[in-house]
Design a protein around this ligand. Sequence first.
Ligand code: ADP
Length: 152
Amino acid sequence: MERIAVFPGSFDPITRGHESIILRAVPLFDKIIVAIGENGEKRSFFDIDQRLGWLNQLFGRESRIEIARYSGLTVDFARKNKASFILRGLRTSADFEFERGIGQMNKLIYPGIETVFLLCVPEYASVSSSIVRDIYRHGGDVAQFLPEGIKI
Ligand code: ADP
């Protein structure tokens, strides 16, 4: 059976933290679907096509990485795509508490899914899309937080 993982997120914008998790997970799975979740309640800063474009620019040529978008429950998206794993990154204990709740609820509604966590590398522990957006909004230089070649 193919080991397929979904890496769900907003990627608003994609950061070096996200990129590092994806690249480090490549040897663990046969396929990783990097999927932008569109959630009616959460308005994004960068539009969906721009975010998909960055993901395609970075990973479009990787045979084991697919790019997708979805709405609705992540577990439903995973099931439809025959993914048995949800991949998430952990930076802090706050991330852990948040992810524990979601991961355990996902396990209850879809017992076939395993959530797999990779620890953030120390150099990106403080990098978050929300802080990058704040710096960008106020005219700061965010290049060092974005993957090589990505311009926002
Ligand atoms: P969401 O809106 O679902 O939290 P994000 O795009 O903010 O989506 O994050 C997607 C995933 O990437 C989450 O698992 C998050 O913990 C992880 N992540 C975000 N920033 C980093 C980082 N700097 N290092 C490692 N993982 C990260």
